[in-house]
Write a protein that binds this ligand. Structure first.
Ligand code: COA
Length: 143
């Protein structure tokens, strides 16, 4: 059973690979030379990894504000890890009395079913929202 922990700089290459393999936006693709995009998130304690048998099988970054938590990146390459990562983010929200969790997702990722299963009751499809692409915004009130 995978566990979730905060990422460290030693996880950089594994996180990059997971992002590259699962999120294919050229502007966001993480090359080894572009690790500096990830480092500030890791330094601020905003990156989390799902680890199974010493292998990183999922990654998630969060932007936590005063009243909301954005899932900035999420990628899983092992069924069940997406749920664990989102549940972890929700637990952090509860601890910190943050009432809202939300995220953007390109329509072509077809992730609506996933967020629906995670209890995200709010969704809005925005046309040509990001890099000229159609995007959903998904939201959930933390209870
Ligand atoms: C979306 C993603 C994070 C889901 O992670 P995962 O580990 O496959 O998800 P889980 O196995 O924990 O899924 C939880 C439930 O959602 C369902 N589910 C997962 N992805 C789904 C999808 N795309 N459509 C419909 N249902 C989905 C699962 O079947 C499971 O259902 P169950 O409770 O009946 O068993 C993963 O597929 C991924 O990395 N995709 C590419 C990147 C991406 O789309 N990121 C999200 C948008 S930013």
């Amino acid at each position: 059973m995978p566990t979730i922990r905060k990422a460290t700089l030693e996880d950089l290459v594994d996180i990059s690979n997971i992002i590259k393999n699962n999120l294919d936006v050229p502007e966001l693709s993480v090359q080894p030379s572009q690790h500096d995009q990830l480092i500030p998130f890791i330094d601020r304690g905003q990156y989390y990894v799902a680890v199974d048998d010493n292998h990183i099988v999922g990654a998630m970054s969060l932007v936590i504000g005063e009243q909301s938590c954005e899932i900035y990146t999420i990628a899983s390459q092992q069924p069940g890890c997406g749920r664990l990562l989102v549940k972890h983010a929700e637990a952090l929200c509860k601890e910190q009395h943050i009432p809202k969790i939300w995220c953007w997702s390109f329509e072509r990722y077809h992730a609506q079913g996933f967020y629906k299963k995670m209890g995200f009751e709010e969704s809005l499809l925005m046309r040509k929202q990001w890099f000229g692409e159609d995007c959903y915004i998904f939201g959930k009130v933390i209870r």
